[in-house]
Design a protein around this ligand. Sequence first.
Ligand code: SF4
Length: 428
Amino acid sequence: MNDLPRISATGGCRDEPILKQRGQREVFCGLTGIIWLHRKMQDAFFLVIGSRTCAHLLQSAAGVMIFAEPRFGTAILEETDLAGLADAQAELDKVVDQLLARRTDIRQLFLVGSCPSEVIKLDLSRAAERMTEKYAPSVRVLNFSGSGIETTFTQGEDACLASMVPVLPKTDERQLLLVGALPDVVEEQAVSLLTDMGVGPIRVLPAPRADTDLGVGDNTVFALTQPFLGDTHAALERRGARHLAAPFPFGEEGTTAWLRTIAQEFGVDVETFDRVTAAPRARARKAIAQASESLRDKSVFFFPDSQLEIPLARFLTRECGMRAIEVGAPFIHKGIVGPDLDMLAQGPTLSEGQDVDLQLDRCREARPDLTVCGLGLANPLEAEGLATKWAIELVFTPVHFYEQAGDLAGLFSRPIRRAELLELEATP
Ligand code: SF4
């Protein structure tokens, strides 16, 4: 592809100073990722080695009944395990034997570490190696950590995908790898747009089943669909794949820029690109204009949680007319979110990490029209009269690409409209 029109960046934030703070944090743990990953990978089972708290978190967050035979479970560490009185590795072997004998549909088993298993230093990589030898080739056993110690909830998916990369077969095929667990309908839209431009072959990580022909090698180029996949990004580069850095596909502009980066790599001509994208772009623009009416000139403050904060701030400020006061992210990986930072106008405080009390002080002082934060902070802030949006909803709801752009704006406008209605009702 020759010269596709470039998006102008007016004084982006890539080189702006970043406020870095470390202190008490308010985030969910990485086990949360199992809730969407177990739906995506149809022959996988996620066995958390954790406490009753971990089991309760999964059970209540996933909302799946035990009799529905979910593809996740918890091997509960009892007091004897935690005190080192029992051989936890032998106990784990027994649990896995029973599980695989009963669930013959499992082809990939993930041993998922938790805070308790990390505290007692249970070596799950050794367990995974031992079990892979025992159950190969019918079951592949891998391990990753979903612990909440020093991590945030989207790192669970990253750790899971990163654990899969080293065992992917090598391929020399020139291919595009889309990386990130998207709802099927959204993934199909992306694949269909790219296929219509003539881009291919396209593979997806995670694949729905272990036996797909997914490989990786020097001729693989990959595009991330989520900004929280730093470890997976590093693991793919170690296997020789090349990252196509682009703004993330949120909103009309972000989706076009993401598609354009891939189209340029695969030599798609301008006419083809415009023909494929014109109609969905127009639909997205119209949907955003409708859904973002109540967002115009409103201010937004992001607490660090989902790692989507920077691309979403770019979307809200450029396409919905909002003003960002602070954009907090748990980690800022410029190799991944750099293109979004380029497009984010200077002005907001960029912050990385969290000292929650100090950040709450800044938020209270700024009194933003909308605060995007975790569940733990939302209710107290609502009680103080601030409209909030739960960051976790942005990961559970289909929000990527053109057809979801209006819904994405709608997720932010609803709490603002609700707050305005409540204010009207309260006015005598
Ligand atoms: S992994 Fe840690 S933070 Fe997550 S539920 Fe278990 S104990 Fe709690």
